[in-house]
Design a protein around this ligand. Structure first.
Ligand code: SAH
Length: 332
């Protein structure tokens, strides 16, 4: 499927045909033009040939059914992964990829270990959400409630297409997802965070901090050799001030690497005096090289941070059995 081709293929048709096409795709969630019966037969046949609506994907579900993963094949044959997380309260969260692979090469992340192929187009990002919307309809479940840009790739290195996709998801005529239901996670590209601060869209921002010292961060996250923590935190401050939004700092818990009492102290120092900040502790999902912190250590670490005055939450990990958890997505 190539969403961006739909309007192109309808050039010359009356405006209401464009509207009907959008309704068929986003409201009725059809996956074939044959079902768009308010279109004349020959138009349906032409669209079926020019811009088919089928999304080619391989689907996997976790044993407890809470998580599903789809490996989508793009028009050029490249593959990306997208994940659906069905929370206990019935909320449906979709995790989308923003790039094919990732250029960042963080040592703890499977995506980064497999290299980078290309940026995704806004249409290819939106198609991931559409795939799950169709799936939920077939299963008789709720529609998508939240979209997080936490799949493969670095969203802020594909800035224009990501913003375009966010606006599309926000559009009342298509997905109608309020900006507060949209989140992006970034490794922390200072100039792009500043740029984001100027966007009218009030989305949620998460920063993959993971280490509170430059030395450690540089060791495991090559991008940190380019941007110091000072530069990153300055950009985040500006974002917090300008957007007035809380920022979530993601912190991976890797056994014996960044989970000591001293690490907690460094983190608290870095975030002290930043009221619009919270820490989200992420259990490290095995990708081969490291071990996760023990649950006890995570509890103690969380307690130390709270004692030092920080707001802290712990992320529940979903989909580990189908390699659909954070840091495990790959091009296969
Ligand atoms: N490039 C963006 C978007 C990816 S989001 C970013 O860095 O934020 C994926 C999240 O999972 C990031 O916070 C990433 O650091 C984290 N992650 C990477 N490897 C992981 C692993 N093995 N276990 C748990 N989380 C991991």
């Amino acid at each position: 499927m190539n969403l961006s081709k739909v309007h192109q293929s309808l050039v010359g048709e009356a405006q209401f045909r464009h509207v009907q096409a959008e309704q068929a795709i986003f409201r009725d969630l059809v996956d074939t033009w044959e079902l768009v019966t308010n279109f004349p037969k020959d138009l349906r046949a032409r669209l079926q040939k020019d811009c088919p609506l089928v999304i080619e994907a391989e689907l996997m579900s976790s044993a407890d059914k809470s998580t599903s993963k789809a490996l989508i094949t793009l028009e050029d044959g490249l593959k990306i992964e997208t994940v659906l997380i069905s929370q206990n309260d019935g909320r449906q969260t979709v995790c989308v990829s923003s790039q094919v692979g990732c250029p960042l090469a963080c040592e703890f992340c499977a995506t980064g270990q497999n290299g980078f192929s290309r940026n995704l187009l806004a249409a290819e990002i939106v198609e991931q959400v559409l795939f799950w919307q169709r799936y939920l309809k077939k299963e008789g479940l709720n529609r998508v409630d939240n979209v997080v840009f936490m799949g493969m790739g670095e969203p802020l290195l594909n800035y224009e297409q990501v913003i375009k996709a966010l606006k599309w998801l926000n559009d009342p005529e298509t997905f109608n997802l309020g900006a507060r239901r949209l989140s992006i996670s970034t490794v922390g590209i200072p100039e792009e965070i500043k740029r984001l601060a100027g966007e009218p869209l009030q989305l949620n921002l998460a920063v993959s901090l993971h280490f509170a010292s430059d030395l450690q961060r540089e060791h495991y996250m090559p991008i940190a050799r380019k941007y110091s923590l000072e530069e990153l935190m300055k950009a985040v401050s500006l974002y917090q001030k300008k957007a007035g939004r809380q920022v979530m700092f993601e912190y991976l818990m890797i056994r014996g690497i960044n989970d000591s009492d001293n690490d907690a102290k460094l983190l608290a120092q870095l975030l002290s005096g930043r009221p619009l900040s919270m820490v989200n502790l992420i259990p490290y999902n095995p990708t081969g090289r490291f071990l996760p912190s023990t649950p006890e250590r995570v509890r103690e670490f969380k307690k130390s941070l709270e004692d030092l005055g920080l707001k802290v939450t712990k992320r529940r990990s979903y989909g580990g059995d189908i390699a659909a958890a954070c840091g495990q997505l790959a091009k296969k």
